[in-house]
Design a protein around this ligand. Structure first.
Ligand SMILES: [Mn+2]
Length: 357
């Protein structure tokens, strides 16, 4: 296991590399050029700059999250080829600095969806919350306002450029079905496959969050065990793999995340580990990583990775906001650091054999 920590970059994160250095056992930072619009080629000097910053602190930059996919690729419109060419060029450039895994998602328009960013838990901390009933009545525009106005930091997946043509894009998706999305994903993966192989880069798709379609009438495909099988088989080559996000898949109680991890272990290149508490009415809130605090068996998750001698990358996913930390929603220092220590607690205990000191 290679433990990583998501970092939004110098001047764009309340957490510094020096802060991350003080969390025990972090090997690398998960990064991106967050101000690059989807579809544009990432400048080599800016990639190099992040590498130098990480090198100074002894962190690897093996995982990029995300290189966002232009909507035309997801919709399958004619201009997609130009954007796929750009994507391939970015892959080639990332290969030059030793990047091993690119996390991406294939969700139309919206990345993750929540209805509250600072929902108070019993202990006084706050966390991201999803209200199933509220999402039925809120307009997409109001949701954008809700998510983007409450944070002084840009929210990944809710970048202004991504949302500026919201109405046009929502309209354009009206005739796009789940099968179309699978076809368009296949077209994209087929096109980038040779570049991934040449650069020894794995593509790790992130599940849709929450993992069901229909929100604002939009289709979603990376949602459950059956669909994961289908997407692996779209282009059945090692570069086509998964980011296994326990919190995303696990917010649907029908998804058994431990079983899913065991089933697709040989195609998992990046593990996002976090817990969620699902209520009877389908609402869910993000909780501490501890198994007892949520609905997911995080000990079972870590044991599955440990049993498989997992060689790829893991990071704590969203955390709660603790101790009045001023931070990007879900991405404070404190709770994610606690999450790492919980994961290592499980991992190190599993590592110790009978008779070891
Ligand atoms: Mn995730």
């Amino acid at each position: 296991m290679n433990m990583t920590f998501r970092w939004y970059g110098k001047g764009n994160d309340s957490v510094t590399l020096a802060d991350i250095k003080q969390i025990p056992g972090v090997d690398g930072v998960v990064w991106a050029l967050h101000d690059m619009p989807a579809g544009e080629v990432w400048p080599m000097e800016r990639i190099q700059e992040v590498k130098e910053q990480a090198d100074e602190h002894g962190f690897n930059i093996d995982v990029v999250e995300s290189v966002n996919i232009h909507e035309s690729i997801k919709m399958g419109t004619p201009e997609r080829d130009k954007y796929i060419e750009n994507y391939i060029e970015t892959i080639n450039r990332l290969g030059k600095v030793g990047v091993k895994v690119i996390c991406y998602n294939f969700m139309p328009v919206f990345d993750w969806v929540r209805t509250e960013l600072f929902h108070e838990l019993e202990d006084g901390s706050t966390a991201l919350f999803f209200n199933k009933e509220a999402i039925e009545t809120i307009s997409p525009q109001a949701l954008v306002e809700l998510v983007t106005s409450k944070s002084e930091y840009t929210v990944a997946g809710w970048e202004p450029e991504r949302l500026k043509e919201l109405n046009t894009v929502l309209d354009a998706y009206k005739n796009v079905t789940e099968d179309d999305l699978f076809d368009n994903l296949k077209y994209f993966l087929t096109a980038i496959g040779p570049a991934c192989a040449a650069n020894d880069i794995k593509m790790a798709i992130h599940p849709d969050d929450p993992p069901w379609g229909g929100i604002f009438g939009l289709p979603r495909i990376v949602t459950n065990k059956e669909n994961l099988k289908r997407l692996i088989e779209l282009v059945d080559e090692p570069f086509n793999g998964l980011t296994l996000c326990t919190g995303s898949l696990g917010s649907n109680p029908d998804n058994d995340v431990v079983d899913i991890i065991k089933t697709y272990m040989d195609r998992i290149y990046f593990g996002h580990v976090r817990n969620v508490r699902i209520y009877d009415n389908g609402n869910f809130v993000e909780t501490s990583h501890r198994t007892q605090d949520g609905s997911l068996d995080i000990q079972g998750v870590m044991k599955a990775y440990h049993d498989a001698d997992f060689q790829y990358y893991i990071r704590p996913d969203h955390g709660r906001h603790l101790w009045n930390e001023d931070c990007r929603p879900g991405y404070g220092l404190y709770d994610r650091a606690l999450g790492i220590m919980y994961m290592y607690g499980i991992w190190d205990t599993l590592n110790r054999k009978e008779g070891d000191k």
